[in-house]
Design a protein around this ligand. Sequence first.
Ligand SMILES: [Zn+2]
Length: 426
Amino acid sequence: MDKIVSLAKRRGFVFPSSEIYGGFGGFWDYGPWGVELKNNIKNFWWHEFVHSRDDIFGLDSSIIMNPKIWEASGHTGPGFADPLRECLSCHKRFRGDELSEDKCPVCQGKLSKEKKFNILVKTFIGPIEDETAVAYLRGETAQAIFVNFDNILNTFHPRLPFGIAQIGKAFRNEITPGKFIFRSREFEQMELEYFIYPESDKEQFIYWKEFCLAHLKKLGLKSENLRFYDHPKEKLSHYSKGTTDIEYKFPFGWAEIWGIARRSDFDLKQHSRFSGKDLSFKESDSGEKLLPYVIEPSLGVDRLMFALLSDAYCEEGKRVILKLIPQMAPVKAAVFPLVSNKEVLVKKAREIYSDIKQSLPAVFDGRGNIGKRYYAQDEIGTPWCVTIDYDTLKDDTVTVRNRDTAKQERVDSHKLTGFLKKQLNS
Ligand SMILES: [Zn+2]
């Protein structure tokens, strides 16, 4: 765990938020390579869940919505509250369900009685800060999908089954954020609500579980680090017919990475009731009305990024290598002049670099010795390093070094971009 957190900071993936002010618990900033990796994760999800299908529609809703939405969904009630206990001596706060003993784990002091603490993040909208102005930062992206269900029906006229997908930030005032970016107070979700005929509930649930697992494997996560975990019946919400998590074996243990829930018609029913708007689906042929059931696969971008970093982290002798699949690597190619004090080599390397950069994310590095440059690229997972040497000036070939095998081959510099793209897509 320490090694991954340290690499993430040292190489510009993840920084603690507000660090020069002493940080701010439960918040993180993503540096240059972190934002590239996150974008790769999101783009691949969007590709598989939206672009490559014709039954799923995209959405990008607002973060602050009418507060009634959170009443209807149950988020302002006890269902979205964590058990809070405070130490009467040192005043540290803990989640009741995470304590193993009935005393403060820090100072052994006496603990307060448990009270319910709602984890929605509150704010005020408008110039007066009273109860009537309270609004919430969304606790999940899903509710915005349910409240736009009718808009999608009226503008796109889909048939069942169909889905609505959204990527976006969500906020939870966690009592104990932690485990690096696993549990933060601000995080990003990739959620799909898939609307189905009630009788296909079980079959669709099985389909989406497998679809999601296959997605994680395509990202390169090792099968032995992934497993299904079925929530026991007694722990399910009253409306749920079943929830399965896909768990990942993080450095701190197995934990949820993707939740796949059978939400029945609970949400559409609640929003129909609270808004007074009929949210049923109307069959185009018969005119018959029904409330669809919903399968919800819900995944956190930050958690997935943590899993990818953990899975890819690898030490070979003194080398640290991030063996991300090339499609996920923040940088696809690094370009080096063999030495930095020869003007002709630097000039040639710059030319080749600007050429690659037209079509692939690439970096240029001319500092220090070449071994150190390889080392730095291995640590951020760059799959190919391209070196321009004296032979390049004679025959226009360059050396391409493969990150995982450390094997080098000569490639015609005019065909280099095509060569890299071919490797990337293979
Ligand atoms: Zn204490």
